[in-house]
Design a protein around this ligand. Structure first.
Ligand SMILES: [Zn+2]
Length: 429
């Protein structure tokens, strides 16, 4: 593999802009980061003679983006779409069957044209609850006594973390049994004992409280009916919990009149995105309604409650991790699609009050640190060469993440032009 030097580039290392300089990669890892502080020979002069040198003037180099909440549903095309928009790693929050999930994770580990993948595999839910009520083959957890066996089975199947559904189906107009607090506590404990993180789906105030008080590590989604209060965010901070808000999905789930910005749905019109968007993804963004999309909103449902919760959590020091809940799959249209959706999430995190640099941290070093992906998410020698080169400065204008010049996954450059041509030929046909 030919070494690559990206020269004269603004470097966002996963936390902040550390300066303008050069980054060298060889054999899939970052081998050198030089911000030009030392009066040494010019960075490109230090590069090995065989290195490809890319001029990064006017551009910013970031760690490859991590989407901390997606659903791949076994579709390689979702991982390709993700990578085409700079998402080099996805954390899948429910997929089956287990053999297929494990096979896809293995494949994504090897293929340089797909985003890398970690998955919870099957999720824990109550018998007759959401979503098992429509998936009879899904194993359920009837009480605390079944928690350890459930977690052990997922671990044996290769799950990278444990997903717990705390939901009574109200968002879908149903009234279903939800997991009891003692059962959620037993699941979180079992996961911790076995060295796995636990992640709870919570989309209402009651379920967020239940999950927090049951010792779950990560909460995902946020209530639309009210903002989380100071007591809640204080406890979350004290206990070292993290939150994946999935604002992109919440935005399209909130009743239309209260949609503050229409960020997620406007992506398809952005010329920086449109040319690489397959028809099925464009149609899904415009018309899709699968996923969390709340079918029975309460009068109080409003995206602004979730934005306010994000601001409070962030101020209290709770790590906010960028995740989209991208659900799109062939034949089922969800308006939040892989890869593209993360650019909406970043913009919505900024709208909630994070600085652009903090939003970028939420999509790079923060999820890597929280989920134990210690080889990525940061630009530093020895880390994986998962890199995103964009025009402009996304630490001042977050939408600059859409102006993608190049993407490397494990040091291999994604052929974006070939992808663009494939998309165009599909559209023509
Ligand atoms: Zn989800």
């Amino acid at each position: 593999m030919q070494p690559v030097v990206i020269d004269r580039v603004r470097i966002f290392d996963g936390q902040s802009v550390v300066g303008t300089g050069s980054v060298e990669c060889a054999d899939g890892v970052i081998t050198r980061v030089d911000t030009g502080s030392a009066p040494s020979p010019s960075p490109s002069a230090l590069a090995s003679a065989s290195a490809e040198v890319i001029d990064g003037a006017g551009r910013t180099l970031l760690p490859g983006l991590i989407d901390a909440h997606t659903h791949v549903f076994g579709a390689e095309s979702n991982l390709e779409l993700a990578l085409a928009f700079g998402v080099t790693t996805e954390l899948d929050m429910f997929m089956g069957p287990p053999e297929a999930t494990r096979a896809l994770c293995a494949l994504a580990g090897e293929r340089h044209d797909l985003a890398d993948l970690r998955s919870s595999g099957l999720l824990a839910s109550a018998p007759g609850g959401h979503p098992g009520v429509t998936m009879p083959s899904l194993p359920t957890v009837a009480g605390p006594g079944q928690a350890d066996a459930f977690v052990a089975a997922r671990q044996a199947e290769g799950a990278h973390f444990i997903k717990i559904m705390v939901d009574d189906g109200a968002n879908h107009g149903m009234s279903l049994p939800a997991l009891e607090p003692a059962t959620v506590t037993a699941l979180a404990d079992a996961a911790r004992r076995r060295g796995l993180l636990s992640v709870a789906h919570v989309s209402a105030v009651w379920s967020a409280r239940l999950a927090l008080d049951s010792g779950v590590d990560v909460l995902t989604h946020l209530p639309l009916e009210a903002a989380l209060d100071d007591a809640f965010v204080g406890r979350a901070a004290e206990r070292g919990r993290a939150v994946i808000p999935t604002l992109a999905m919440l935005e399209v789930s909130a009743p239309r009149p209260s949609t503050a910005t229409g960020v997620a749905r406007s992506l398809a019109d952005d010329p920086r995105i449109a040319g690489l968007l397959p028809d099925h993804a464009r149609a899904a963004i415009a018309e899709g309604h699968e996923g969390l999309c709340v079918e029975h909103p309460l009068p109080a449902h409003d995206l602004r409650h979730a934005l306010s919760s994000v601001a409070r959590l962030h101020r209290a020091g709770v790590p906010v991790l960028a995740g989209t809940d991208a659900n799109h799959r062939p034949g089922r249209a969800c308006p939040v699609v892989h890869g593209v959706g993360l650019h909406a999430e970043l913009a919505l995190l900024v709208e909630a009050g994070l600085t652009p640099a903090q939003a970028l941290t939420a999509a790079t070093s923060a999820p890597a640190a929280y989920f134990g992906l210690s080889d990525r998410g940061v630009i530093a020698p020895g880390r994986r060469a998962d890199l995103l080169l964009v025009t402009g400065d996304p630490t001042t204008d977050i939408t600059a993440t859409r102006s993608i010049e190049a993407i490397w996954r494990g040091g291999v450059r994604f052929d974006r032009e070939a992808y663009r041509e494939r998309v165009a030929s599909h559209t023509a046909a």
